[in-house]
Design a protein around this ligand. Structure first.
Ligand SMILES: Cc1ncc(COP(=O)(O)O)c(C=O)c1O
Length: 347
C-alpha cells in the first residue's frame, strides 16, 4: 500500500465485496439499496451491484451515472428536483416525492411514474449524528394533500422516510418500528446506520438490525433500506506523507501532502480521522500530541487534533474510513493542488 505516489486514495474492493456480502446476508427478506451519494466511484458500484437490489440516487447526475449500467433498480430521490430531473425520475423504478407541489409537477410532465411519498415524521432521533428534519419530505398534512392527486399513470406505491444519520441498530429499529406501522405495502426506511470514526472496530450490528426489521415487517410488505456510509466507509484509505513537522507556540503540527480538499470528512463531521503511521521518514521526530494538517491556507484544514503519536518528515500516513463522503464531498479545486491518484485492490 505504501508503494504508491501520494496523496492517493486506495480502495480495497475485496474488503468491500466481503463487507457488502455480510450486510446482504444479514437482511433476509429486506431490499437493500445503496445510497450513491456516499461514494459514486464506478468500481465500487460494480462490486456493490453484486449484493444490492438497487441504487438510490438524488440528482440527475447520479441517475445518469448509474442508469443502465449495472442492471439494478434505481430509486430517484432528493429535494428540489428540476423539471428535467422529474422527467428522468419518472423513468426510475421509484420516485421519492418530496412535496405536494413536486407531485403536481410530476403529474404535469405527463409521464408514468411509481411514487414513494417522502415523510418527514416528528420521531425521536436523539443521539443521531445528523437529523434529516427541516425541508426534507412532508409532514402529515403534506402527505394527506398528496393522496387524492394520484392517477392510474402516477401511482402511489408507498412511503419513504430517511430521518437521521448515525444511529446504532437498536435506535434505528425504534425509528423503523414507528415508520413501518404506517399502512403502506411498501416502505423505504432509509439509511443512517452508525459508523464510528473514534473506534472503527465498533461496527453497526447488521445481524440485529436484520432480525429486527424481519420481525417488524408485515406479511407481504416490501421493506427497503438505503444505507450509504456504513457500506463504503470502511473500504477506502487516503494515503499521504509528512512534508513538514513543526512546533508553533508550543503546539506540534505535522503538515501533510494533500489536505481536506481531498478528504473533507473530518471537517464536515468534526472528528479526528483515524490513521496509522508507516515509518518511511527520517530526521528528528515529533512526539506527543500532534495536530495533522494539510497544505491549504486555512486553519480549518485539519485531519486530526492533538493525537499522541510520533511523526517524522517523510513518514507515510494512512487515513482509514475514507470510502464514504470523502473524496466526492471535498472541495477539490481550492488552491489548485493536484488531484490524488486512485488505486484499487482487486477482489
Ligand atoms: C434520502 C437519503 N437516503 C439515504 C442516505 C444515506 O445515509 P447514510 O449514508 O447515513 O446511510 C441519505 C444521506 O444523506 C439520504 O439523504
Amino acid at each position: 500500500m505504501i508503494d504508491v505516489d501520494v496523496p492517493a486514495y486506495v480502495y480495497d474492493l475485496a474488503a468491500l465485496d466481503a463487507h457488502a456480502g455480510m450486510v446482504r446476508a444479514a437482511l433476509p427478506g429486506i431490499e437493500l439499496y445503496y445510497a450513491v451519494k456516499a461514494n459514486p466511484d464506478p468500481k465500487l458500484l460494480e462490486v456493490l451491484a453484486d449484493h444490492v437490489d438497487g441504487f438510490e440516487v438524488s440528482s440527475g447526475g447520479e441517475y445518469n451515472h448509474v442508469r443502465g449500467r449495472f442492471g439494478a433498480r434505481v430509486a430517484f430521490g432528493g429535494p428540489g428536483k428540476t423539471d428535467g430531473e422529474l422527467l428522468l425520475a419518472a423513468d426510475a423504478y421509484r420516485v421519492h416525492v418530496e412535496s405536494p407541489n413536486e407531485l403536481r409537477r410530476l403529474l404535469a410532465t405527463g409521464a408514468d411514474a411509481d411514487v414513494l411519498l417522502r415523510a418527514n415524521l416528528r420521531l425521536d432521533v436523539g443521539g443521531a449524528a445528523l437529523e434529516m428534519s427541516g425541508p426534507f419530505g412532508m409532514d402529515e398534512d403534506g402527505l394527506a394533500e398528496c393522496l387524492p392527486l394520484f392517477t392510474d399513470r402516477v401511482r402511489l406505491r408507498g412511503l419513504h422516510a430517511h430521518l437521521a444519520s448515525g444511529l446504532p441498530a437498536p435506535r434505528l429499529l425504534e425509528v423503523a418500528a414507528r415508520v413501518l406501522a404506517h399502512p403502506y405495502d411498501e416502505i423505504n426506511v432509509g439509511g443512517g446506520m452508525a459508523v464510528s470514526y473514534a473506534d472503527p472496530s465498533e461496527m453497526f450490528d447488521w445481524a440485529a438490525y436484520g432480525r429486527g426489521l424481519a420481525a417488524l415487517r408485515r406479511t407481504g410488505q416490501v421493506v427497503r433500506i438505503e444505507p450509504g456510509r456504513a457500506l463504503t466507509a470502511y473500504c477506502g484509505s487516503y494515503v499521504t506523507r509528512v512534508i513538514d513537522v513543526k512546533r508553533v507556540h508550543g503546539e506540534m503540527f505535522a503538515v501533510l501532502h494533500g489536505g481536506t480538499h481531498h478528504l473533507r470528512t473530518p471537517v464536515t463531521k468534526g472528528h479526528d480521522q483515524p490513521f496509522t503511521v508507516l515509518p518511511t521518514g527520517s530526521g528528528p521526530s515529533l512526539d506527543g500530541p500532534v495536530t495533522l494538517v494539510g497544505q491549504l491556507c486555512t486553519p480549518k484544514d485539519v485531519f486530526a487534533r492533538n493525537i499522541h503519536t510520533s511523526l517524522r518528515v517523510g513518514d507515510t500516513v494512512v487515513f482509514a474510513m475514507a470510502g464514504a463522503y470523502a473524496w466526492n464531498i471535498s472541495h477539490h479545486d481550492f488552491l489548485m493542488h493536484p488531484k490524488p491518484d486512485f488505486h484499487y485492490l482487486s477482489r
